[in-house]
Unconditional design. Sequence first.
Length: 279
Amino acid sequence: MFAHKRPALARIALHVALAVSGFFYMYPFLWMLSGSLKSRGEFLGKGMSLLPRQLVWENYIEAWQTARFGIYFKNTVFVTLATTGIVVVLTSMAGYALARSSFPGKRVIVGAILVTMFLPKGYTIVPIFELVRGLGLLNTLWAVVLVNAATGMVFNSFLFLGYFVTLPKELEEAAIIDGAGFPTIYRRVALPLAKPMVATVALFEFIDNWNSFFIPLVFTLGRPELRTVTVGMYAFVGQHTTDWTLMCAAATMSLLPTMVVFFFLQRLLVQGVAGALRG
């Protein structure tokens, strides 16, 4: 009798432990959401409480207007979508070429590319800044797009490489018999089969670029109207004080798009990561 109860008790204990761990994991987000609906006085007096006495929805309206979030949202949408599109297209082509082609020195080239993943972004920002200025793109959104895209090339190329390696070669061999060339096979056979990995890379890039702070700050420093939402939140930080309620409201609004995208792509995300790990 006690032997039958032990598995049930173990499951209950496991679920309780996971629920408690999940609460602590979610607490920062819940605290931010709660803080966005509090008055300034209540936030300072009972900042750790998750239940506001009165819901102050005006914080969202004031945050949107004070930080010019309408303009910053448009900038962020453009930067995020453009960067994500460039990265998905180029890294999928690079990953397929590395997975299905053979050429002298391939391992050396792959190793050299892999080493660049371990270079900290801060060490390369000066030459990248000079390169962007030399191209005449400084203080433009395209500078942010190109630099952000460059930072995501290596890792995502290897994700596609791992996924394409798992695909059966018989489908490509059948396309070759039908007279298809390498680009046609990539476009009509390999890429449609890699939808889970396309969604995975797109989701990673969307979240990473939507939340990017350092690169948009550096390359739009001379034109504040080109800021993204993460940089725009600096409007709530003063020399001596910080408006935490408005910052919480702004942060909540900035998180909503990434949560919506993740909700729709989460199933493909799991499939893509599993395929890349098998490769």
